[in-house]
Every structure is written in structure tokens, then in C-alpha cells.
Design a protein around this ligand. Structure first.
Ligand code: PMP
Length: 441
């Protein structure tokens, strides 16, 4: 019945309406940060599975690790029973956790998606505290399942979904390009943390005893917005003083992407709960929650999941962590990210439509604005989602895959594999610059 309005391209991604269809091609081959489509055209992949492909496509160490498991006769799936593959994964993961977390850490395998880990983490702190309300942040993204979607701080994905999880309270997240929190006054006022602290102490706010606070250190889907380190430390202080578990969602930022193994390390805090997925499985589905032993009060059997024993994903994850460690890709991500940011800042000087270039490590965003409109009080221009989409298409035609995020999809996001080289950064910056100029015309 519907077939007549679906062209063949739309059928390729899926015939369901929910697919955005902004990247109209079928991919047939991939290596490193390059992918090739059915017509033989190659692209730089700066989406990389939304940050999943830390080592890029088909990295030899990944392929070898997966082939080894397949050739060994080891079981591919064991539910929760342990195997040498699982033990190696846990050892490798615990070795990269900061010491104050690893010595008290418990691990729940969830699976296999980031949203599954978010669900588990929130359920865990609700059990541990015996409380219900959860604090989350405007612009945050935690997944598309009912619970995770309820915690997601943007309106559009929740529209027309009734009966979401109650008891979620959204707090303001720093967004310096659009708003400087409370002006003047003391430090806490400037950071907006005083406001949040007051809400937590105000019986009329209804959030006096929350079960937890969940946040990203750099909002990813929300538009690549890094929270200032002092603000992160303030949130840690405010939650610790009130015995509220702090849940850090590092599904996108984790495993070296921001220039450290975990983005929370930039501010020197320790979370009570750490949520990991994407790169942790080396491009295969895997998700875990790591948490402080004080929260380890679930009865045996209180949580389960059929696919949390995926051996291939654990082997790929171990190989990824090991390679990042040995090749010092966290340091590389910091240096490469700076090179990319500097190249983009250079382009910004010639392009009024670039409102801001921001990011941390190899998680970089470019906010596209309408500079023909009037600037607001702090000198920022309105978002320009149509132009952002146009730039994305111009990039695509020149062989560069980028995704959009942020308010109305007005932020162009760079999430390249951590193995990206200096020359590749020069190339993608050049393509991006050409595309911005072409789209502006
Ligand atoms: N949290 C964050 C910060 C994410 O970026 C994402 C995915 N983009 C998720 C959770 C959800 O992960 P998944 O899509 O695997 O469910």
C-alpha cells in the first residue's frame, strides 16, 4: 500500500518512517576511517557508529581477536557464566579505571545497548536509595527505551509518547554559547550550581530526596556541549553532600574519546555509577555499569539480560582497550582533537554562519547559526538547522560523512575514529571548509 511513495533509496535504510534518511547510500566496504558505497565512492567516516568505532572499521587487531574466538571453539554465548574471554575483558577494563573507582568497583554487564545500561543504572540507584526521583539535564541524551527516553532532556523525541517514566526532574546544563548562567555574584552563582543546590534543599521543589543525578560530561547528541570542569566538580560536591548518587553517562565520551579514558577525569571527580557502551565493545554490542560497592545491594537475580554474555563483543572490547592503551590513543585523541578544533576555528574566521566551534578531544561540534538575524544579549545568533543540513549534504557530496545534533539539529558533529591521522584531519577540515562556503552561497 505504501510502496508507491517510497523511492528505492528510502527502502534501503528501512521502509519505516522513523529513519531520517539524511545519508542516502548503501555501504559495502570499510577500512580505518574510510567507507565505500555501492557506487564505489569513498567517504571519510566522521560518524563512526556515533563514536563506537574507536579503532575505525575492521582494524586488524579487532578482526584477529574476533577470528581467534571463532577459531578456538569457545562458546559464543554463555549468559552470565564466566569464560577466559570475559575475565580478560574485566581485567582490561578495571586496569583503565581510576584507582579510587577500581578498588571499590562492581560491574554489571547489561546489554547490549547504551540505553540498557542507563536503565540498569537508574534501577540500581532507586533500589539502593529506596527513593524515586531522578535529576537529569536539559539537552541530555540517554537513549530511546522508555526509561532512558524519560531521562532525555529534549522535547522532540518524547513528543507523542505518553506515559513516560514519572519523577524525572530536569535541571539546566551549562551552554555558554547561548547563556551565561547567573551573572556576577559568587562562583556558585556564576556556574548555576547555587540554583541547583537551592532546589535540592527547597522542600517545595519536590526533589529534596532524589535517587540519583544522571549527566553527560560532554553532551553529545545534545550538540557537543562540554560542561566546565568547575561545574562538574560543583555537581559532585552538591550530590555528595546530600548522599545523592552521581551517575555519569559515558556511553559516547568514554574510552579515550575526549583525550582521557573517561571524560570525568578532566575534572578530577569520581562518579558513583559509570555507564559505558559503544566503544567498550570494539564495534560489537556491549554495555556495562560500573559502580561503587556501597550501591551493591541488589539481591541475586534482581537484574538479568539474555545478551549480556556476548563473547565476541567482549573479545573485541578487550582488543580495543589494549590497543588504545598500547598505542596511547587517549593522548593522540587530545592532540588530534586540538588540531581539528584549530582547523575549524580557522574556517570560522571566514564563515559568519559558524557560531561556535567547541568540544573535547575527538568529540567536536560546530554550531551553525543565522548571522543575518539579530544577535541576542550575549551576542549569539539563532540556530540555523536548514543551513546545517545543507552543509551536511555538501560534505557528503565531497566524501565526508558527518552527523547533526543539538537544538533542531543545528550542530555539525565530528566523531572520527581515534586512529585518525594528521593528514586525514587536514583533508576533512578542507572538505568541511569548502562545503560551508558552498552551502553559504
Ligand atoms: N547515552 C549517551 C550519552 C548516548 O550518546 C547514547 C547513544 N547515542 C545512549 C546513551 C544510548 O545508547 P544506545 O543507542 O546504544 O541505546
Amino acid at each position: 500500500g505504501n510502496a508507491h511513495y517510497l523511492n528505492s533509496q528510502q527502502k534501503r535504510e528501512s521502509n519505516a518512517r522513523s529513519y531520517p534518511r539524511r545519508l542516502p547510500m548503501a555501504l559495502c566496504e570499510a577500512k580505518g576511517m574510510m567507507v565505500k558505497d555501492a557506487d564505489g565512492k569513498t567517504y571519510y567516516d566522521c560518524l563512526a557508529g556515533a563514536g563506537t568505532l574507536a579503532l575505525g572499521h575492521n582494524h586488524p587487531v579487532l578482526v584477529e581477536a574476533i577470528e581467534q574466538v571463532l577459531a578456538s571453539g569457545l562458546p559464543l554465548h554463555t549468559l552470565d557464566l564466566t569464560t577466559p574471554v570475559k575475565e580478560q575483558f574485566v581485567d582490561e577494563l578495571f586496569a583503565i579505571l581510576p584507582a579510587d573507582l577500581s578498588k571499590r568497583a562492581k560491574i554489571q554487564f547489561c546489554g547490549p545497548s547504551g540505553a540498557d545500561a542507563v536503565e540498569a543504572a537508574v534501577k540500581l540507584v532507586k533500589t539502593a536509595t529506596g527513593r524515586g526521583p531522578i535529576l537529569s539535564f536539559h539537552g541530555g541524551y540517554h537513549g530511546m527505551t522508555h526509561g532512558a527516553l524519560s531521562l532525555t532532556g529534549s522535547r522532540s523525541p518524547k513528543e507523542n509518547v505518553s506515559g513516560l517514566m514519572p519523577g524525572v526532574h530536569f535541571l539546566p546544563y551549562p551552554y555558554p554559547y547561548r547563556c551565561s548562567f547567573g551573572v556576577g555574584g559568587d562562583e556558585g552563582n556564576r556556574l548555576g550550581s547555587r540554583y541547583i543546590e537551592n532546589m535540592l534543599d527547597d522542600p517545595e521543589s519536590g526533589i529534596v530526596s532524589p535517587a540519583g543525578m544522571i549527566m553527560e560530561i560532554v553532551q553529545g547528541e545534545g550538540g557537543v556541549i562540554p560542561a566546565p570542569d568547575e561545574w562538574v566538580r560543583e555537581m559532585r560536591r552538591v550530590t555528595r553532600e546530600r548522599s545523592v548518587p552521581l551517575l555519569i553517562d559515558e556511553v559516547q565520551t568514554g574510552i579515550g574519546r575526549t583525550g582521557k579514558w573517561f571524560a570525568f577525569e578532566h575534572s578530577g571527580i569520581t562518579p558513583d555509577v559509570l555507564i559505558l557502551s559503544k566503544a567498550i565493545g570494539g564495534s560489537l554490542p556491549l554495555a556495562v555499569v560500573v559502580y561503587d560497592e556501597s550501591l551493591d545491594i541488589w539481591e541475586p537475580g534482581a537484574h538479568a539480560g539474555t545478551f549480556r554474555g556476548n563473547q565476541l563483543a567482549m573479545a573485541a572490547g578487550t582488543a580495543t582497550l589494549k590497543f588504545i592503551r598500547e598505542a596511547r590513543l587517549t593522548e593522540h585523541a587530545a592532540v588530534a582533537g586540538e588540531q581539528l578544533m584549530n582547523a575549524l576555528l580557522q574556517i570560522q574566521r571566514q564563515a559568519d554562519c559558524i557560531g561556535e566551534v567547541r568540544g573535547k578531544g575527538l568529540m567536536v561540534g560546530v554550531e551553525i547559526v543565522d548571522s543575518d538575524q539579530a544577535a541576542d544579549r550575549i551576542g549569539s545568533y539563532p540556530a540555523h538547522p536548514q543551513l546545517a543540513r545543507c552543509i551536511q549534504q555538501e560534505c557528503l557530496s565531497r566524501g565526508l560523512i558527518l552527523e547533526l545534533g543539538g537544538r533542531h539539529g543545528s550542530v555539525v558533529r565530528f566523531l572520527p575514529p581515534l586512529i585518525i591521522t594528521e593528514e586525514q584531519i587536514d583533508d576533512i577540515a578542507w572538505i568541511f571548509g569548502e562545503s560551508v562556503m558552498a552551502a553559504q552561497r
